[in-house]
Every structure is written in C-alpha cells, then in structure tokens.
Design a protein around this ligand. Structure first.
Ligand code: FRU
Length: 490
C-alpha cells in the first residue's frame, strides 16, 4: 500500500510555484541553494542513471529549520544544478517528526534506495531510527515496516534520541552503513551495521568514539578509503577543549585518518584534522565519481552561526562547490572539481609581478571568479607580509594576509559589511611549499572558498557584501614576487 502523499504533493506544488518566483540573480551562480525555503545537510549524494543526484535537508515553507523534508537536485557536470521535486516529506508514523539526514545507493535491480533517519515519538522525547524509501530517482515509496534499523538494535548504553545520519556503501556482496550514535560514557560514537540486501541490518561494531573530547555527537559520518588511508569524516557538536590549537571548539567537521581492516572491521585512528577552517562549513558528504574521484560537498553554513544569520533572500542555506579529495603527506586535501576550469573566461595573467606597498589590480576585479596567486617566497626574502583584498568597494573588503615570520594566514571578513557579532577572523598555519605559497580563491557572489597550498587547508565563508564591491588589491610589506592567474566564472 503506497503511503498517503498529501504532504509531499503540497510541498511539490509549493516549491514549483514559489521557486519560480525567485530570480536567478538572487542566487549564487554555481553554489546550490534550496529551491525555496531552508536547506541544511547534503543527503544521498550519488551517481545514478548518468547524473549526480543530491538531496538535502529541506524545510520549503520557511527560511528557518522546521519539519524536515528531502529536497532534490541533479547535475551532470557538478556545476549546474536542476531542481527536481521534493523527494521525501515527514508523512508516516516512522518519520512523523522529520526525515533527517541519510544517503543513497543503487540496488542491483536498478532502484535507488534512500536510507535516512526517521524521527518519531514526541518533540520532548524523540526517537531516531533508520528508514528506507525505494524509487526511480524521482518518486520514492517508503517501506511499510520502517524503520529498518530501530533504535533498540544499538548496543547497551546508546540513547534512542540521538541515532542518525546513516551513510551506506557496498563492499563485495555486503552492504554497510555507519551512523551517528551517542553513548552514555563514550559520547559521540560511530556505529557500523551490515546487511545482505540493504534492507535488513545487523549491528557490527563501534568504529570510533569521541570519549567526550571531540564532541557530544558525531553527526553525518562518512567513511571511505582514499590514497592508501581510511578516512572517517564526522561533524561533531560541541567539540573541545582540545590540545591541538587547529581544532576549534563548537560545531566543526573533522577528518580522522587511519587504517581499516575490512575483515575484522577495526578502524585504527592515526590522526585528526579540521576539515575546513572557515565559518560556514558542516556535514559534508562524498560521492565516488565514475572516473574514480572522491568528490565532497558540504553545507555552506554552520549551526553555530546560522540561527543569527540575516535572511535577506527568500531562501536560506547553500552548498559548497563540489571538491575533489586526496591525501598528501598524511593530510586530507581538497581542490575544487576540475570541471570548474571548463567555465573559465576572460583570462588575465600577471606573471613575475613585483609588489612593494599597495598594488591596485583593476583588471582582476569581479565577484564571479577563480583567482590563483603564487607568492615566490624563496625569491622574496624581504616580504614580511602579503595581503590580498577582495570584494572591495564602498569602504568594504575581505582580506587574507600571510605573515611570514609567524608562518600564518589570517582570513578576515570583519569589514565585509556584516552586522553580526559572530566569528569573522580565522588564523591558520601556512608555510611555503617548495619555496612557494599558493592561494586559490573562488568567488561566486557572496560565497568565498579559499584553497591554501593546493588544498592543504581550506577556508569557506559567506560575505555579506553587496555584489557591486568587486575590487581586488594586493599589499606587500617588503618586495614580493607574485604570479597571478584570474578567470571569470560565467
Ligand atoms: C546535522 C544534523 C543531522 C540531522 C539533521 C537534521 O546538521 O543535525 O545530524 O540529521 O541535521 O536536519
């Protein structure tokens, strides 16, 4: 018996009508935003029948979080998205309080499975459990006997109010999923489950746990092999305090790198790093592309600040650009997907530029651009600091400043036009690699993504700056030799 779709039909009618009323100029060009209303986590990122599907946590009726639906968008080139009708609404007993985050996989019979968290119970005492909906990439039927992983399938000591965000994959003739759990003593924990058909599941083990140092619950886990390491990505609530100065307190995203024995299901953690150092980055999810790349997309927001964020548009929340992941020197690194280069236009190359003091660079101006700057630090012994300013105009700007003696990069958006007293400054380590410091800045209207030293560290942030502020300038304390390549993104 198909379940009652009235709520879903309502959402579909609403988004088609209201979404059409939002002009394209009100959105970034390449960063996905919700069709209408509110968006948080990416869900169900997958490659299915020739296209990438991305679902997302969605409340169509407001620019604030509310009863969670799954929004749906599709892309063939990882750059341009088309909206598809809302995929899930909270309309069965197992998910009456919300269809929370989850993932997707194609089954051998060609159907697409959505494995997601259904929230039931009451708002005061919610119960979270994992549910399944099966479909053709457009319409989905929820299993009548949902949930497929009820809360009681967790071992002793795990609570039923925090059991969510299943991430599914296939390994040989088995399916696995990791889910976020909260243990009475060990805090945020990643639970591993196994299945033969992706419908009936059994608990296997706990892969890793916070032990209350790295957060209370590790939301939205992802787990995959990459370049000889095993990567566990988690988005903890309330991290800290931690010795490592790079790991900030609060909500953030961590990459735990280690070794995984697929036979014994033991994960041995070797290192922990902050996955992004910006203010707006959370809950990423990855997909394996047909050509073997591990591509990640994240919510370009953070719970720490999103509640206070201005709601100037008729939508709220967005995604980062998709990024390619790779491991280099024991670190998880990121680059924008290479497809981005197909959009490059209006090339400006400034090679062997010597900057000493201020350099206004009017030819580089723009708010839709991909800018690559290489500081030849080995050839610039007098350069004590180099500052790149962008989105400048009307007294507003954002800047990144490299400080040679400290080996640090300071990202500062406090003058971008914001009226909010939230974090605006981030300081990260940045040493030249092979004598060069490289900065790659992607600007897409209000979205800024900075890749330092070919993706060694990234900073993702939103700029509250009118689009007319297009200026770019450089300032060097002591002579600096730089190469710049700038392309506009059309
Ligand atoms: C992470 C998260 C998930 C949950 C979803 C609810 O941002 O809290 O753990 O499934 O958002 O919208």
């Amino acid at each position: 018996m198909p379940h009652d779709k009235t709520k879903l039909e309502q959402a579909r009618a609403y988004e088609a009508r209201e979404g059409a009323a939002i002009p394209a100029s009100d959105r970034p060009r390449l960063h996905l935003t919700p069709w209408v209303g509110w968006m948080n986590d990416p869900n169900g990122f997958c490659y299915y029948r020739g296209a990438y599907h991305l679902f997302y946590q969605y409340h169509p009726y407001d620019t604030k979080w509310g009863p969670m639906h799954w929004g749906h968008a599709v892309t063939r080139d990882l750059l341009h998205w088309d909206y598809l009708p809302c995929a899930l609404a909270p309309d069965t007993p197992a998910d009456a309080l919300g269809c929370f985050s989850g993932s997707a996989i194609e089954l051998p019979d060609g159907r697409l499975e959505l494995l997601y968290t259904g929230v039931s119970g009451t708002n005061e005492s919610p119960v979270q459990a994992q549910c399944v909906a099966l479909g053709d990439g457009l319409d989905f039927e929820k299993l009548p006997h949902n949930p497929v992983i009820p809360s009681r399938q967790q071992p002793e000591g795990f609570c039923e109010a925090d059991f969510r965000d299943p991430r599914i994959w296939r390994e040989g003739d088995r399916y696995y999923c990791v889910a976020a759990g909260r243990h009475k003593e060990n805090g945020g924990s990643i639970e591993l489950f196994e299945s033969r058909d992706a419908l009936h599941w059994e608990f296997v083990t706990v892969l890793d746990a916070s032990r209350d140092t790295l957060g209370a619950i590790w939301e939205c886990p992802d787990f995959f092999p990459l370049d000889g390491s095993q990567v566990l990505v988690v988005s903890p609530q309330s991290i800290g305090p931690v010795e490592d100065p790079e790991i900030r307190p609060g909500y953030g995203t961590l990459a735990l790198l280690g070794d995984y024995d697929a036979g014994t299901h033991r994960f041995e953690r070797r290192s922990v790093q902050m996955l992004d150092h910006g203010m707006e980055f959370y809950a990423p999810q990855t997909v394996l592309t047909p050509d073997g790349r591990r591509v990640m997309i994240a919510w370009m927001q953070n719970w720490e600040t999103s509640n206070d964020a201005p709601r100037r548009h008729s939508w709220f929340g967005g995604m980062t650009l998709p990024r390619e992941l790779f491991v280099r020197d024991g670190r998880l690194c990121q680059r924008p997907v290479r497809e981005l280069e197909s959009l490059w236009q209006d090339e400006v190359l400034l090679r062997g530029l010597t900057v000493d003091g201020d350099a206004d660079l009017p030819r580089l101006a723009g708010r839709y651009l991909d800018l690559d700057l290489v500081l030849d630090a080995a050839q610039s012994p007098d350069c004590r600091a180099l500052t790149l300013r962008f989105a400048c105009g009307g007294g507003l700007f954002t800047q990144v400043r490299w400080e040679a003696d400290r080996g640090e990069l300071v990202f500062d958006r406090s003058r971008c036009g914001t009226r909010r007293d939230i974090p605006h400054i981030r300081r990260i380590p940045a040493q030249p690699r092979n004598g060069k410091l490289t900065l790659r800045l992607i600007l897409d209207g209000e979205c800024a993504e900075l890749f330092v030293n070919d993706g060694e560290r990234t900073i993702t942030a939103l700029l509250d700056t009118p689009l007319q502020a297009e200026g770019i300038s450089l300032h060097s304390d002591g002579a600096a030799r730089v190469d710049i390549a700038r392309h506009t993104l059309a």
